[in-house]
Design a protein around this ligand. Structure first.
Ligand code: GRF
Length: 218
């Protein structure tokens, strides 16, 4: 196996997806390693990084008047740490087109719905209000438009009659924790090719893995 791709994770909150990425990249077969975790505000999730011995810091968005200045510092920290890939994991800031362009096809985001359904916030309540039977989560490459971009992996869950937004969120979150490390690994291993608006996953002939979302747990 080649070098593991140095990866940074950006968070704003509790960091359960960060923890899943830490555990996923700790596996010997992983193609990525986490070199830096940054938050835009004091975030409980930073503790997960520190507990794993990963450099973690806050770049306080409030300390900057303009987004560009904030992003310049982010960019510098990411480059200083040698990051080649970025995972947004509950990062609550919208990145500028300039930043997204600079890191084009190297930023992943996880979103708690089956995109393109329910972009934006409050996805679980909206899914319940819409009466969908299947809900889920998506890992995609980031584009300047919010919650858009080539889809790498999706995970589906059933919507059950007595679900509340919190119950549904918990069911989806479990799947988020499975698909995010998987999607990062695909990108880090160079198995994701972007063709127009779509991501194509390179797989050995006969393999079904791009079709199994999420892949079976062995
Ligand atoms: C997750 O539901 C993720 O899909 C969304 O923000 C939430 C972050 O949760 N983008 P956590 O901080 O990873 O626990």
């Amino acid at each position: 196996m080649g070098e593991r791709r140095p990866t940074a994770v950006l968070i704003s909150g509790r960091g359960s997806n960060l923890q899943a990425l830490i555990e996923g990249t700790a596996r010997p077969v992983s193609s990525a390693r986490i070199v830096l975790v940054l938050s835009d505000q004091e975030a409980p999730g930073l503790a997960h990084a520190r507990a794993a011995g990963i450099e973690a810091a806050t770049v306080d968005r409030q300390a900057f008047e303009r987004r560009e200045a904030f992003e310049r510092v982010l960019d510098r920290r990411l480059r200083d740490a040698g990051a080649e890939l970025i995972c947004l994991a509950g990062f609550m800031r919208i990145l500028s087109p300039h930043f997204v362009d600079r890191w084009r096809d190297r930023i992943l985001n996880i979103h708690p719905s089956l995109l393109p359904a329910f972009p934006g916030l409050d996805t679980h309540r909206r899914a319940l209000d819409a009466g969908v039977r299947i809900h889920g989560c998506t890992v995609h490459l980031v584009r300047a438009e919010v919650d858009c971009g080539p889809i790498i992996v999706q995970g589906a869950v059933p919507v059950l009659p007595d679900d509340t937004p919190d119950v549904l969120a918990a069911r989806v979150l479990e799947v988020e924790h499975r698909i995010y490390p998987y999607a990062l690994d695909l990108l880090a291993a160079g198995r994701v090719r972007v063709e127009g608006d779509r991501a194509v996953i390179d797989s050995p002939p006969g393999s079904l893995d791009p079709m199994l979302n999420p892949p079976p747990v062995c």
